[in-house]
Design a protein around this ligand. Structure first.
Ligand code: NAP
Ligand code: HSE
Length: 426
């Protein structure tokens, strides 16, 4: 690679803007780290007339994707536009044109990472995607580098900053005696304003963003290709202020967790769902727009990383790390990527899990129709409490088979006027 590394940046939104800022602010540092200078040649956008938080010199702006991707002078294409298409096709085109690619796009990497990584290797170029999982946390690099000599057994993470921010704001509202449900809407709006949320925030609150990240994380940690559809997904839209209040009363926190592990039978199980975690869990303190990853491996034993998981500068930090890596080592590894090996995955129904159960009902009789069958499973109930709209009672269950328990709950729900909330406990 020449002394000047020429870049095409696809997207000048939150992440693209952050990258442009850090490229400018840290130009001397980047040169010191690599012996090269970085020059932006194209910035692809939809609307060149749009006012931007980080102004882009008009001569760099283009709306022509092929110009940005196939310019023979460009060495590295940075895909920071998001969405599945046209992002995936443009990454493919860039690789086929012999460009190195850096992407922050977890959707593309979760759905087509195998195909694109193989294409990059065939083309003799690098495809790096550190920013796609947990923003500034260097977890993908750590798994493929400093921690690669370990057999990783389990990865538990808070990998979506928007939902972690929303849950924290709901807790704050409870502390202030305000309705948590109003705080949910306000916090989502703030997450959008701060640039944490996806273009369509349904991806955050319904757990899709975390599902994409989990497929990538599980693949690199457990060295097995993880089809996206094998990752169980639940979001936070059904979580209420009462759930957060009870979590606290029970000495726990409530987080949207990504959990990937190797089961004793050798299968890989990966999932995303709201989870109650005890205070001693290293992820308990990960609050607001932060992400956290807690790993277990047979050498280092246990480790956690904690930092900004979203936002312009934090994400740009990961993109710049990838850029420095490419400038230093432009050749892809020669060996097959071990994370693309096929293997079996286990559905969530095979797991054994403890549950927090919260029942709400118009009256004690309705409550009893659910409490009694759950007590027979070993659920230990706290005393019932009156609510404005009826009565509420919560319990913790012993470890139960997920498939059996969910089937049981589905049958109970058919025959009761009580509402049954069930949240897994770590
Ligand atoms: P964003 O603020 O919505 O910016 C997207 C940019 O891409 C905009 O400049 C937009 O152009 C451009 N763009 C989108 N579709 C285009 C198209 N079809 N043709 C040309 N330009 C197009 O998004 P973002 O938050 O920066 O996220 C970008 C990517 O990074 C996503 O994959 C996201 O998941 C990932 N990511 C985001 C964060 C974060 O904190 N935001 C963190 C980690 C990873 P206009 O400006 O003209 O509309
Ligand atoms: N929307 C994502 C989040 C951005 O909130 O975590 C970072 O990937």
């Amino acid at each position: 690679m020449s002394k000047i590394v020429r870049l095409s940046i696809l997207g000048a939104g939150t992440v693209g803007g952050g990258v442009l800022t850090l490229l400018r602010e840290n130009a001397d540092l980047l040169e010191a780290q690599t012996g090269k200078r970085f020059e932006v040649r194209h910035v692809l956008v939809r609307d060149p007339s749009k006012p931007r938080a980080v102004p882009v010199p008009p001569k760099l702006l283009t709306t022509d994707p092929q110009r940005a991707v196939c310019d023979p002078k460009v060495h590295v294409v940075l895909e920071l536009m998001g969405g599945l298409e046209p992002a995936r096709t443009l990454i493919r085109d860039a690789l086929q044109a012999g460009k190195h690619v850096i992407t922050a796009n977890k959707w593309v990497m979760a759905v087509s990472g195998d195909e694109l990584l193989r294409l990059a290797r065939r083309q003799g170029v690098r495809l790096l995607y550190e920013a796609s999982v947990a923003g500034s946390l260097p977890i993908l690099n750590a798994l493929q580098g400093a921690l690669a000599g370990n057999r990783i057994e389990r990865v538990v993470g808070i990998v979506n900053s928007t939902t972690n921010f929303i849950l924290r704001e709901m807790e704050r509202a409870l502390d202030a005696g305000e309705p948590a449900e109003t705080a949910y809407a306000t916090a989502l709006r703030k997450a959008q304003e701060n640039g944490y949320a996806e273009a369509d925030p349904t991806s955050d609150v319904e757990g899709y963003d975390a599902q994409y990240k989990t497929a990538i994380l599980a693949r690199l940690a457990l060295l097995q290709y993880v089809p996206l559809e094998s990752v169980y997904r639940e979001g936070i839209t059904h979580i209420s202020g009462r759930d957060l209040l009870w979590a606290r009363r029970l000495g726990m926190g409530l987080k949207l967790l990504s959990i990937s592990e190797r089961l004793p039978d050798g299968r890989l199980c990966a999932r995303v769902h709201p989870t109650l975690i005890p205070r001693e869990c290293p992820l308990y303190v990960v609050r607001g727009a932060f992400s956290g990853i807690w790993l277990q491996g047979n050498g280092f034993q246990e480790m956690s990383l904690h930092g900004f998981g979203a936002g312009a500068r934090a994400t740009a930090s990961a993109v710049l790390g990838d850029l420095i890596e490419i400038a230093r080592y432009p050749k892809p590894p020669r060996h097959d990527d071990p994370s693309l090996r096929p293997g079996e995955t286990a559905p969530i129904e095979t797991l054994t899990t403890r549950y927090f159960v919260r029942l709400t009902a118009p009256d004690e009789d309705a409550l009893r129709t659910v409490r009694e069958p759950l007590s027979l499973l070993g659920a230990e109930f706290h005393p019932a409490e009156p609510l404005e709209s009826g009565v509420e009672q919560v319990a913790l269950t012993p470890p139960l088979n997920e498939g059996d328990f969910q089937a049981h709950l589905a049958r109970l729900r058919e025959h009761t006027s009580a509402t049954v909330q069930a949240i897994r406990v770590l």
